[in-house]
Design a protein. Structure first.
Length: 347
């Protein structure tokens, strides 16, 4: 983060998650005067408190579903990062209303509370599953983006600058597939692969934080930012892990789970028709027209038909050696390799 953020006050919703903990550390290292962590799990907060031992971090137990909780937590705050969400695709499929309450209503509470308290900037974390969504998690994240954009569209004089970031799978984040695969390797059992040809974008936790920082520094109201990323097949990812742990590749293929897609899309052709290419990032500005569409009619936008979605099937595809090199950049994975028993074999 830039030095201008020193002596500033921040709130991170869902701050005990993988992203939140990384962002808290970055903010403290940048000289933040106060970082508030809002989350539901007091046990994780207690563990974080003992690990950090920094008086600048203040912990709020609460749920973004409750507006008053968010209002109190964001009072006197300058910048907010909204990471609280229900993220597991299968659980959201079985309990879609819970996903709506957290990902849509909870996000609206955060937007409204920030505006009421005069927060300077709010960045909401979205996902590639919000593009052409087929599952409840993606649908509710897409609606979260719409809530953020509607706030900017309907409130041109808003006190809070609201924008979103959208990214793919964050490697080694809590609940992701890499820790599961490693656990299965270490236990000597076959890895449970849903569909080997399924592709996913890969991004490190640090890269996801850099995307949020970029949106915070450069975002205009209603913007959605995307970080370009490489992709791989799930089968190649599993094979790369087996190679690193020096075990034979052996999979149990489960089939695609509830609500999953064969590939994910970071930016649709409709997004790309108005997107600004910033090199590492794409900026997708909000469509700021009002409901008087006839005032804007000309001849239509003929460029839209020539765009192609940016998805994990047509993105640069990593091969197994490249995946292995990428995985070795993860401190958590290197720690697992250092701690591996002398011999691990798959049953």
């Amino acid at each position: 983060m830039t030095s201008s953020l020193s002596d500033r006050r921040f709130l991170i919703t869902g701050g005990t998650g993988s992203f939140g903990q990384t962002m808290v550390t970055r903010l403290l290292d940048s000289g933040a005067s106060e970082v508030r962590v809002l989350s539901r799990d007091e046990s994780k907060q207690d563990a974080m408190r003992h690990r950090l031992r920094d008086d600048r971090v203040r912990y709020y137990v609460g749920d973004v579903r409750d507006y008053d909780t968010v209002l109190k937590a964001s009072r006197g705050i300058e910048f907010v990062f909204h990471a609280a969400a229900l993220k597991q695709v299968p659980s959201c499929e079985f309990f879609p209303l819970e996903a709506v309450r957290t990902n849509v209503v909870g996000s609206a509470n955060v937007v409204d509370a920030c505006e009421r308290n005069g927060v300077e900037a709010l960045v909401l974390l979205s996902t590639d599953k919000a593009v052409y969504p087929v599952n409840a998690m993606g649908m509710t994240k897409a609606l979260m983006e719409k809530v953020a954009q509607a706030h900017s569209r309907n409130n041109p004089a808003a006190r809070t600058r609201v924008c979103c970031v959208r990214y793919g799978n964050v490697m080694y984040s809590r609940g992701s597939v890499i820790p599961l695969f490693i656990e299965q390797i270490r236990n000597g059992v076959p890895m449970t692969v849903t569909e080997p040809t399924m592709t996913r974008f890969l991004m490190s936790l640090d890269q996801s934080v850099e995307l949020v920082e970029h949106a915070f520094r450069h975002g205009e109201p209603g913007d959605v930012f995307v970080r370009k990323a490489d992709a791989c097949t799930i089968g190649d990812l599993a094979t790369a892990l087996c190679n690193l742990f020096e075990v034979p590749a052996k999979f149990d293929v489960l089939g695609i789970r509830h609500g999953e897609k064969l590939y994910e899309t970071l930016a649709s052709r409709e997004d790309l028709a108005r997107a600004q290419d910033l090199g590492e990032f794409l900026r997708i500005p909000v469509d700021s027209r009002d409901l008087n569409y006839s005032l804007y009619f000309d001849e239509g936008d003929t460029s839209r038909g020539h765009q192609v979605d940016y998805n994990s099937h047509n993105a640069r595809r990593l091969d197994v050696p490249e995946i292995m090199s990428l995985l070795l950049t993860l401190p958590e994975l290197r720690a697992q390799l250092d701690d591996i028993p002398a011999a691990v074999t798959l049953a």
